[in-house]
Write a protein that binds this ligand. Structure first.
Ligand SMILES: C[S@@+](CC[C@H](N)C(=O)[O-])C[C@H]1O[C@@H](n2cnc3c(N)ncnc32)[C@H](O)[C@@H]1O
Length: 151
């Protein structure tokens, strides 16, 4: 379903021509479907880190329920994360930026300091980010922490 992204990932992990035989990292797992289904299937409190880099913004209000950052999705995402785990979110889309700020402002599952306007040094750059910067857009970079779940 998300074949292009998976091909692009694999092309970075194996050298040209080694697609069939080159070893892959032993801890690599690839999920070729909707990542929201995977998040729901994971055991609780299993993730140390989660990256949501330049997600499709679904700018139309009637498509908002497809967004990863959504009041209905946050509890599912928080459930899979360890207390203190980090969730990194980046987007260059102004509608999504406003949306993320609003959704994060109305929840208590994550500590959410204001976003950075430059990519922090230890974040990976992405192809889509490079495209956004070339087009003159300003991405925002959030680093959230899962708050401790109530006892
Ligand atoms: C704008 S691209 C950004 C790609 C990459 N993260 C980057 O920054 O270059 C968004 C990607 O998210 C994938 N995607 C969108 N919704 C998804 C979902 N529910 N589950 C998994 N992948 C999804 C799309 O197929 C696409 O490859």
């Amino acid at each position: 379903m998300y074949a292009n992204g998976i091909c692009s990932l694999l092309s970075r992990l194996v050298p040209e021509g080694g697609e069939e035989s080159a070893p892959l990292p032993g801890n690599l797992r690839i999920w070729p479907d909707d990542a929201r289904a995977l998040l729901r299937a994971l055991p609780g409190a299993c993730l140390d880190q989660l990256f949501l880099l330049f997600p499709d913004p679904w700018p139309k209000a009637r498509h908002a329920k497809r967004r990863f950052v959504h009041p209905a999705a946050l509890p599912e995402i928080a459930r899979a994360m360890k207390p203190g785990a980090e969730w990194r979110i980046a987007t260059d889309d102004p509608t999504y930026q406003e949306w993320v700020a609003a959704v994060l402002g109305a929840q208590a599952l994550f500590d959410a300091p204001p976003p950075a306007t430059r990519r922090p040094a230890d974040w990976p750059g992405t192809r889509y980010e490079a495209k956004a910067l070339r087009a003159g857009r300003t991405p925002l970079y959030w680093s959230l922490r899962r708050t401790a779940a109530p006892a």
